[in-house]
Design a protein around this ligand. Structure first.
Ligand code: 4NP
Length: 161
């Protein structure tokens, strides 16, 4: 029996970057027929937007590229998420530090990965927070995430058993 790989994308609010990453990766997984082998979810390090749909600006820009963002925001749960997910992929360096600091026994740090490790085209070392930006910030996030998700999926496919 093949075990499923589970990916959790993490940002601050879980309403802009990580739901977009989830939607992009979900579409890539579907188009490769891998839904039975790879699952995606997203969470935020902060719970302020819990229960909300993705930011309307992010939903608009994502839908223009064919991504339907349906997830509802939730806060990262150290008690459940470290065990449940195989890949915990953070958007910026603060998200990475925050998640690492919740793993106080240092049991799960090999699962925690920075999205920037997977870009091929983009050069900056984070997925920048678009919350206070204009449209260009949201477009940039989507460009970066399409680049990163594509290469992350290549890695995960190599690790399917
Ligand atoms: P996200 O963006 O971390 O990509 O979901 C943000 C969403 C909300 C806030 C900041 C960033 N906020 O301060 O409420």
């Amino acid at each position: 029996m093949m075990s499923k790989k589970k990916i959790l994308f993490v940002c601050l609010g879980n309403i802009c970057r990580s739901p977009a990453a989830e939607g992009i990766m979900h579409k890539m997984i579907k188009s490769e027929g891998l839904e039975n082998q790879i699952e995606v979810d997203s969470a935020g390090t902060m719970g302020y937007h819990t229960g909300e749909k993705a930011d309307p600006r992010m939903r608009k820009h994502a839908s223009q590229r064919g991504y339907d963002l349906t997830s509802l925001a939730r806060r990262f749960s150290p008690n459940k998420d470290f065990k449940e997910f195989n890949y915990i992929v953070t958007m910026d360096n603060q998200n990475y530090e925050d998640i690492i600091s919740m793993d106080y026994k240092n049991e799960y740090s090999t699962k925690v990965l920075k999205m920037s490790n997977f870009y091929k085209v983009h050069k900056i070392d984070e997925v920048p927070d678009p919350y206070y930006s204009g449209s260009e910030g949201f477009e940039k996030v989507l460009d970066i995430l399409e680049d990163g998700c594509k290469n992350l999926l290549v890695r995960i496919k190599n690790e399917l058993n």
